[in-house]
Ligand binder design. Structure first.
Ligand SMILES: *Cc1c(COP(=O)(O)O)cnc(C)c1O
Length: 362
């Protein structure tokens, strides 16, 4: 492999496209004649404003984001959004959450600090190995929003169909699937994503919020930084933003457009995941941890059934150049995160490795 880079199967921070990293390297010491690196640049400079504007325009083009939605680049990663969503959107102090794993549990725990949380559906009964039916949820009339984690990074599930919110606002944590497939933004009131899974460096979240959800009348306890409207009114530059992350994410947005956009990414991701799932379905040693219909195309947890053997696979894989395959402690076993930037060859090489491991452990 060029540069002797690993196939990095980390759930995040994760691989970025090599072409993007090369571009960043080439602009590192002197960004386009500015005489400085983007890391050294004032966020109020013309050059940086251009970078931020282009990043937003390219993201809007990629996702076909309608004009009545604001795009925000916010700090605090994904976790801050658990609180921010509840603080900004709980008008009646009541929201429905679908509990599908570790990340929705965290969102629920945080939202409970600010209002009443109704668990409208849950897959806790089977260790979150499936997506609960969302076609006929019991949603109270005064519920402020319905919240989902659209792709469960740890448990490896994804929504193939959005729940019926019965006219209520849908809020989605798209962190580990952001830009992996086309998305009809009009179905949501708010989409947010920590970018270090499928886009860029850690420490930033993208928020896409419908304009009518921005509020001037938030309770006084809400910190200024936690008010979406403050960021919307200031073009995500109320204070110094995460300039470096905006710059790197912008490069990835542009790269994805050049690759054919989200339709092309979806096709590539589905094909890539099929290579791994087909192997797991036919293996006598390994098996996937999720029901077929709800399997994630991004995060693939799998097990041998023996903790010792799982650990052995992870160690042998690491020695062979496949990094970060250890599963999350709540699921155990292994997990291969195969985001946009993981090349198909990486998945094919992993499957080859697993096949050989299996042959040697008959
Ligand atoms: C990683 C992740 C988060 C949290 O992101 P941080 O930036 O680490 O706070 C939230 N939701 C999902 C689905 C994630 O995968």
């Amino acid at each position: 492999m060029k540069y002797e880079r690993s196939y990095n199967f980390s759930a995040g921070p994760a691989m970025m496209p090599e072409a993007v990293l090369e571009e960043i390297r080439n602009e590192m010491m002197n960004y386009r004649g500015s005489g400085m690196c983007v890391m050294e640049m004032s966020h109020r400079s013309k050059a940086f404003q251009q970078i931020a504007d282009q990043a937003e325009a390219d993201l809007r083009a990629l996702m076909h984001i309608p004009d009545n939605y604001k795009v925000l680049f916010l700090q605090g990663g994904g976790t801050v959004q658990f609180a921010m969503v509840a603080m900004n959107l709980m008008k009646n102090g009541k929201a429905c959450y679908l509990e599908t794993g570790a990340w929705s549990k965290k969102a629920i725990a945080e939202a409970k600090k600010y209002g009443e949380v109704i668990i409208a559906a849950s897959s806790a009964d089977k260790n979150f190995s499936y997506i609960p039916d969302g076609s006929d949820l019991d949603i109270p009339a005064d519920c402020d929003y319905v919240y989902i984690c659209e792709n469960e990074t740890i448990h490896g599930t994804t929504y193939r169909r959005l729940p019926d919110t019965k006219g209520h606002i849908l809020v989605s944590d798209q962190s580990s699937m952001f830009l992996s497939r086309p998305c009809d933004v009009t179905k949501y009131g708010l989409i947010w994503a920590g970018v270090q899974k499928n886009v860029g460096p850690a420490g930033m979240a993208v928020v896409i919020i419908r304009e009518d959800l921005l509020r001037d009348d938030l309770p006084a306890f809400v910190p200024t930084y936690m008010n979406y409207k403050v960021h919307a009114d200031n073009g995500s530059m109320y204070n110094t933003p995460n300039c470096w992350a905006i710059y790197c994410c912008g490069k990835v947005f542009r790269y994805l457009l050049e690759q054919g956009g989200l339709e092309a990414m979806e096709q590539r991701n589905e094909e890539k995941a099929k290579v791994l799932y087909d192997f797991l379905d036919s293996s006598s040693l390994f098996r996937g941890a999720v029901v077929q219909a709800d399997r994630s195309v991004m995060n693939v947890p799998f097990v041998t059934g023996s903790k010792e053997l799982d650990a052995e696979v992870v160690a042998a894989a690491k020695a062979a150049g496949f990094d970060n395959l250890k599963g999350h402690k709540s699921v155990g076993g292994l997990r291969a995160s195969i985001y946009n930037a993981m090349p198909r060859e990486g998945v094919e090489a992993l499957v080859e490795f697993l096949r050989e491991f299996e042959a040697n452990h008959k």
